[in-house]
Design a protein around this ligand. Structure first.
Ligand code: NDP
Length: 256
């Protein structure tokens, strides 16, 4: 068990990548507090995860709610060893078709809320802990229509480096996991029906050197690695889990 005796907080732990990570953490011996806004999916996740999980309704953009969630997690499981700031939203923000509100919603959720999640958590964290932020390949791909989202994930990378500097004296590591396209509900209409999902899968596969869409477990196992002692000397890094999409784009099937 790679996380025996550890306690963890995962924001957005009621679905997609966050829930896959919570499952793996519990299987590896951790006690895990998960947060999200949707009470129903949180309760379903907690029922599935069992007694070593605690589900807490908390909007990550609400600083007081996150502080309260951290306090409840600590009360139940003791001081935190691991934080996965995973909650995030997509957003279509093309030049010429975007309101300030739409743009700022993405920044508020994916940047400001991540900062305040970490701020609330570090006050209740053991020295020597591990913080993982969820980034994205979109931060480097220049994908059209994604200005706010790309900026938010670039900001996540930049913030992680500052946090790593500030927290190194306490032995707390801060790293980023940067997924490529992963099969989760975040893709909305693109994965809403079996036909749409099939077309999406084929499109992503053609643009990915390894030839297929990523699964939540691909990211969860990377987060587990970064959270565990196996990554004890890894600090301020960004690990891409994208089948080669950013590192070797010319190897994608469309170029063969
Ligand atoms: P999902 O939509 O499946 O999950 C998003 C999670 O975030 C949900 O649990 C949701 O819960 C939670 N969440 C969203 N907004 C808030 C909020 N304001 N407060 C609390 N919780 C919130 O998406 P993924 O699992 O795919 O996404 C997880 C992370 O991975 C995101 O940061 C995303 O940007 C990143 N990512 C995903 C990729 C992909 O292809 N799937 C690729 C690259 C990065 P609730 O609705 O209950 O609030």
């Amino acid at each position: 068990m790679r996380l025996a005796g550890k306690s963890a907080l995962i924001t957005g732990g009621n679905g997609g990548i966050g829930l896959a990570t919570a499952r793996l953490f519990v299987a590896e011996g951790a006690k895990v507090a998960i947060t999200g806004r949707n009470r129903q999916t949180l309760e379903a996740a907690a029922a599935e995860l069992g007694p070593n999980a605690l589900a807490l309704v908390a909007d990550a953009t609400d600083v007081a709610a996150m502080e309260a969630a951290v306090a409840r997690a600590v009360e139940r499981f003791g001081k935190l060893d691991i934080v996965f700031a995973n909650a995030g939203i997509p957003g279509h923000t093309p030049l010429g078709g975007t309101t300030r509100e739409a743009f700022e919603k993405v920044i508020r959720t994916n940047v400001t809320a991540v900062f305040f999640t970490v701020q609330a958590a570090v006050a209740q964290m053991n020295d020597g802990g591990s913080i993982i932020l969820n980034g994205s390949v979109i931060s480097v791909l220049g994908s059209p229509g994604y200005a706010a989202y790309a900026a938010s994930k670039g900001a996540v990378r930049a913030m992680s480096r500052v946090m790593a500097s500030e927290l190194s004296p306490r032995g707390i590591r801060v790293n980023v996991v940067a997924p490529g396209a992963i099969r989760t509900p975040i893709w909305g209409a693109a994965v809403a029906t079996p036909e749409a999902e099939k077309a999406f899968e084929a499109r992503i596969g053609r643009a990915t050197p390894l030839g297929h869409l990523g699964e939540p477990d691909h990211v969860a196992s990377t987060v587990l690695f970064l959270a565990s002692d196996e990554a004890a000397h890894i600090q301020a890094q960004e690990l891409f889990v994208d089948g080669g999409a950013t590192g070797a784009p010319s190897g994608a099937p469309i170029y063969r």
